[in-house]
Design a protein around this ligand. Structure first.
Ligand code: KIV
Ligand code: ZN
Length: 397
């Protein structure tokens, strides 16, 4: 089965959005977890942005040895040299050079002609290639770039040494058919060379980031750029956990696989939430506190008879802590409080008492309380008071 690489940009595109900034120590913690999750590339920062970010990239590169580390640079000499310095300690460095290619960005933001932009792409990639072997080029705002010009920009990037071509939908404007078609055209133009990897990078302004990324996979893209919990500029980036699970659950449809360890998804999500203090919406797909909770009686009945009736992913698949499975009628309130916390619920004393009453009554009927049973109880009693507390066991691991 063909492999789709997961390029995680939680520490760069995710981190650059308001409320999500991370210091070096936090980036290292998150990067270790991303390595455990099995991502293929970690984009650790934008070194020209600040000395702190440059040092954070260096620290991540020193700490995480078995995952390629990427650093972002505009197509400018100073940016590239800062990224070179940041990537020095990396075992497998990747330089990520970008320049906008849409007429709107060229004229309004960069004041460059199309020809000047092509010249900058070629010369700056050539410069970067003197220092780092693996170069990714991103055509910022590719989604709104005239296609012939985009093809030309990609060709120049390849001729000067880029081996990964990322075509971002920077402003979340694309729709799936259109975004996929753009990749097909670029592939055709380049003659589909084997050593070139096409990459998708989608923002969620219209709520289509994951759908667009998946459409790109159908069009032959073999790298997806995404972030844990979908954090990122404005409405965010494509959510890593949603892409991972969609590709796994619907491999019959996509016919590709990632190397991710899905059981680390929940832990990754909770750790990021703990580090940034940003609460995960209870109804968030895959990792939200309600993602496996069932409220309607008919649904609860179906789930008890056969979970497949209303669940296409089991909580265990994505690593919802299974320690709650040991809860039984002899478990104490403290164990229950801890299990609830691990599932993202912060119970008041009254709520804990009610959960306890329900758990013991359920334990009288069935010996084991499964994670999903506890989630259903918590969902009913605690009324979606999901919190962003990562369970201590998870974050310490
Ligand atoms: O959204 C975007 O275009 C980006 C690029 C810098 C890759 O984040
Ligand atoms: Zn972006």
């Amino acid at each position: 089965m063909s492999h789709v690489r997961i390029f995680d940009t939680t520490l760069r595109d995710g981190e650059q959005s308001p409320g999500f900034s991370m210091n070096t120590e936090e980036k290292i913690r998150m990067a270790r977890q991303l390595a455990a999750l099995g991502v293929d590339v970690i984009e650790a920062g934008f070194p020209i942005a600040s000395r702190g970010d440059l040092e954070a990239v260096q620290a991540v590169a020193k700490e995480v040895r078995d995952v390629p580390i990427a650093a972002l640079a505009r197509a400018r000499k100073d940016d590239i040299l800062a990224a070179v310095e940041a990537l020095k300690p990396a075992k497998s460095p990747r330089m990520h050079v970008f320049l906008a290619t849409s007429d709107l960005h060229l004229q309004a933001k960069l004041h460059l002609t199309r020809e000047q932009a092509l010249e900058a792409i070629g010369s700056m990639i050539k410069l970067a290639r003197n220092y780092v072997e693996e170069i990714e080029f991103s055509a910022e705002d590719a989604g709104r770039t005239e296609i012939e010009y985009l093809c030309k920009a990609c060709q120049i990037a390849v001729e000067n040494g880029a081996t990964v071509l990322n075509l971002p939908d920077t402003v979340g404007y694309a729709v799936p058919e259109e975004y996929g078609a753009m990749f097909l055209k670029v592939r055709e133009h380049l003659g589909d060379p084997e050593h070139i990897t096409l990459s998708a990078h989608c923002h969620d302004d219209l709520g289509l980031a994951v759908a667009n990324s998946l459409a790109a996979v159908r069009a032959g893209v073999r790298q997806i750029e995404c972030t844990v919990n979908g954090i990122g500029e404005r409405a965010g980036n494509a959510a890593l956990e949603e892409i991972a699970v969609a590709l796994a659950v619907r491999k019959d449809s996509f016919g590709v696989a990632t190397k991710l360890n899905l059981k680390e998804l929940y832990k990754s999500s909770r750790l990021l939430s703990e580090i940034t203090g940003a609460v995960i919406a209870p109804n968030k797909a895959v990792v939200g506190a309600n993602a496996f909770a069932h409220e309607a009686g008919i649904h609860q009945d179906g789930i008890i008879k056969n979970p497949l009736t209303y669940e296409i992913i089991s909580p265990e698949t994505v690593g919802v802590p299974s320690r709650s499975l040991i809860l039984g009628k002899h478990s104490g309130r403290n164990a229950l409080r801890q299990s609830l916390k691990e599932l993202g619920y912060d119970a008041s004393d009254a709520e804990l008492a009610e959960c306890y009453r329900r758990v013991t009554s359920l334990a009288d009927e069935s010996k084991n309380i499964r994670a999903r049973d506890l989630m259903t109880i918590a969902h009913e009693v605690i009324r979606r008071k999901a919190i962003a507390v990562a369970n201590e066991t998870s974050s310490a691991a």
